[in-house]
Write a protein that binds this ligand. Structure first.
Ligand code: NAD
Length: 290
């Protein structure tokens, strides 16, 4: 029975996961190496819950109760009594492995560990822990409070009780689960990121400019936002990292990252989070950069 949920990493994803877990009634322990990130996370969660109160999605008292269920700290030791820990730290395999090495010894023997990785092999991450059978992928979508899907990814060693426990948590969070096998980038990013990469090739080859490509896909394919606007939202560094995992993991040249995407990342134009990507966000409305 899962009652206490720990979260490692309190960036955009970790704070969103804490938000939905606390509203669903779980006791949440949110950790990060950076105390600034924790302060920012609590402020973001409060602000996003205020928005839900204003839209009558939740009552003001629910917000206060949920915020009261979240405790924060920079020490992994505070996760010792958690039944499930969701790792949502930076998308870097060495960082994640180091976290699991420090985390597992402080956990209860039967605690489940889940990773929110967008693309790294769950089997490989699980094998680096003392509990591959209780290790699983729980891939939330951004922004977590708004997006309904959670991809659940079993590693080769993941056991059935772990899968069932994580699927039940997903349902209790009000989300819908899609089960994916453990192959590079799973389902959503396996399909979405090559489309975004192709949009960047379309720009690179001069088939269209930023506006015409995004308008074409919004109005011609019925997408709620164009692929280049979406790429800026995800973060161009994350987009490139996922394409590299696909390219290397599937050894197929069709996944090669577009050189223009590489160039934007080299320039530090990472999208919304740095203020500039395929659009310049210092202007309202944002202005295309090509
Ligand atoms: P982010 O950069 O917003 O947050 C990462 C956080 O991890 C930071 O606060 C950082 O301080 C913390 N961190 C780094 N090293 C740590 C350590 N050793 N111990 C504890 N905390 C540490 O990144 P994000 O967008 O929240 O992504 C987090 C994870 O979620 C990644 O694996 C990413 O692939 C995945 N993800 C991202 C998205 C997305 O759209 N951004 C969607 C789904 C999944």
């Amino acid at each position: 029975m899962i009652e206490k949920i720990g979260i490692v990493g309190s960036g955009q994803m970790g704070s969103g996961i804490a938000h939905v877990c606390a509203l669903a009634g779980y006791e949440v322990k949110l950790t990060d190496i950076s105390s600034d990130a924790l302060t920012k996370a609590i402020a973001t969660i409060g602000k996003n819950m205020d928005r839900q109160v204003a839209k009558d999605k939740i009552a003001a008292v629910e917000k206060d109760t949920a915020l009261g269920r979240i405790s924060t700290g920079t020490e992994l030791a505070m996760l010792g009594d958690c039944d499930l820990v969701v790792e949502a730290a930076t998308e870097n395999e060495t960082i994640k492995r180091d976290i699991f090495k420090s985390l597992c010894p402080v956990l209860k023997a039967d605690a489940i560990v889940a990773s929110n990785t967008s693309s790294i092999s769950i089997t490989r991450l699980g094998a680096s822990t003392d509990r591959p059978e209780r290790f699983i992928g729980m891939h939330f979508m951004n922004p977590v409070p708004m997006m309904e899907l959670v991809e659940i990814i079993r590693g080769i060693a993941t056991d059935e009780p772990t899968f069932i426990a994580v699927r039940d948590v997903t349902v209790k969070l009000g989300k819908t689960a899609a089960v994916s096998e453990d192959f590079p980038a799973f389902i959503v990013n396996r399909i979405l990121l090559p489309m975004i990469n192709e949009a960047v090739y379309t720009l690179y080859e001069g088939v269209g400019n930023v506006s015409s490509i995004d308008t074409a896909m919004r109005l011609g394919a019925g997408h709620p936002m164009g692929p280049l606007f979406l790429a800026d939202f995800i973060g161009l560094d994350t987009c490139l990292a996922v394409m590299q995992v696909l390219y290397e993991g599937l050894a197929d040249s069709k996944y090669r990252p577009c050189p223009l995407l590489v160039k934007y990342v080299e320039a530090g134009w990472l999208g919304r989070k740095t203020g500039k990507g395929f659009y310049d966000y210092s202007k309202t409305p944002p202005v295309p950069t090509r």
